[in-house]
Design a protein around this ligand. Structure first.
Ligand SMILES: NC(=O)c1ccc[n+]([C@@H]2O[C@H](COP(=O)([O-])OP(=O)(O)OC[C@H]3O[C@@H](n4cnc5c(N)ncnc54)[C@H](OP(=O)(O)O)[C@@H]3O)[C@@H](O)[C@H]2O)c1
Length: 312
């Protein structure tokens, strides 16, 4: 009763450091709920953390459990919780600084847990919180995207991009997305107005005067993005913070966002999903014990939508 199956990391390194093994079952603190994990979403941050790329920012003690997207059922509740009850079907983007969801159970603060969309199964629901919240916060909190504006999304076919395309269209914006050719028809099916084949076309040659850029790629893609913005437009990066000096030199604004848990925003996202307005794209589902293969696929940088680990 006190142990569970989990994928743990005992040292930073390549995918082989992901160990499927027995681990202690978490015990809930008063403000937490214990979730029986049905599925865990896989995000690029998972393999970046595993490889040690985030060790200067996030201080984990070994062994730890990765995976910061979860869908499951409330198994027990802490003494100070009140909103959720045993048996509730829930989803969450739990705290990145703590053990994650590659496990049979996870303890999560009740304040970070929302009821999952009724129209989704757990595998689909686990693909939502981290990527959809990132897209929401970048577009609506940082860029303050408005109807009628034009938005360029770099990495439109990825986990964050597929939600961003749809959320921007729901807002009434015009959306241009960069992706390789194989993803163009797919992006149009999500509502993109225009697609740019980034391997063959320099986006700055064909895009001018946009209100906002959402950059999920960074590096030279970010540096080439300044010139496509109209005066006072905004570049929002979810990776490297853009330079305020460069923004000022181009007469534009910039912002950097790092996804924060938000039950009110997840509830808005749930409503859109259950109304059939927001689709969840899952490219591949692996069983929990194949987390290594999931990390290898994620690290290719060419996943369409999301990868999910099925736990039960
Ligand atoms: N700040 C935050 O809070 C936050 C939150 C979530 C994610 N992130 C970070 O943001 C990045 C994106 O996350 P994600 O989950 O969307 O990643 P992802 O799902 O792995 O993104 C894969 C997508 O990127 C596209 N792509 C690759 N190179 C490209 C390029 N040069 N130009 C345009 N598209 C390109 C691929 O399309 P093709 O196959 O067509 O090339 C693929 O569909 C990751 O580095 C992640 O760590 C940050």
């Amino acid at each position: 009763m006190d142990t569970m199956k989990a994928v743990r990391i005992h040292e930073y390194g390549d995918p082989d450091v992901l160990q499927y093994e027995d681990a202690p079952r978490p015990v809930v603190k008063p403000d937490e709920v214990l979730i029986r994990v049905h599925a865990a979403g896989v995000n690029p941050v998972d393999w970046k953390v595993r490889a040690g790329h985030a060790k200067n920012i996030l201080n984990y003690s070994f062994p730890f459990i990765p995976g910061w997207d979860v869908s499951g059922v409330v198994q027990s509740t802490g003494l100070d919780t009140s909103r959720l009850k045993v048996g509730d079907e829930v989803y969450s983007r739990p705290d990145l600084a703590r053990d994650g969801a590659y496990a049979e159970y996870i303890a999560v603060r009740e304040s970070e847990v929302a009821l999952k969309p009724k129209s989704l199964d757990h595998v689909q629901a686990a693909a939502v919180p981290l990527a959809a919240l990132t897209a929401w916060q970048a577009l609506f909190d940082a860029a303050k995207l408005q109807a009628g504006q034009t938005l360029l999304i770099h990495g439109a076919a990825g986990g964050v991009g597929t939600f961003a395309v749809q959320l921007a269209k729901l807002k009434g914006a015009r959306v241009i997305g960069t992706a390789s050719k194989k993803n163009h028809e797919f992006l149009r099916s999500l509502g993109a107005d225009e697609t740019i084949d980034y391997p063959t076309t320099r986006f700055e040659d064909v895009v001018h005067g946009v209100d906002a850029v959402l950059d999920t790629i960074t590096g030279e893609t970010m540096e080439r993005s300044w010139k496509v913005l109209k005066k006072d437009g905004i570049l929002v990066s979810i990776l490297q913070p853009p330079s305020p000096e460069k923004a000022a030199a181009h007469g534009v604004r910039c912002a950097h966002t790092f996804v924060q848990p938000s039950v009110p925003q997840l509830n808005e996202i749930t409503k859109l999903i259950d109304a059939g307005k927001l689709k969840v794209i899952v490219e591949k589902v692996f069983p929990l014990w194949e987390a290594r293969a999931a990390h290898e696929l994620s690290a290719t940088g060419h996943v369409r939508g999301k990868i999910v680990l099925r736990v039960i």
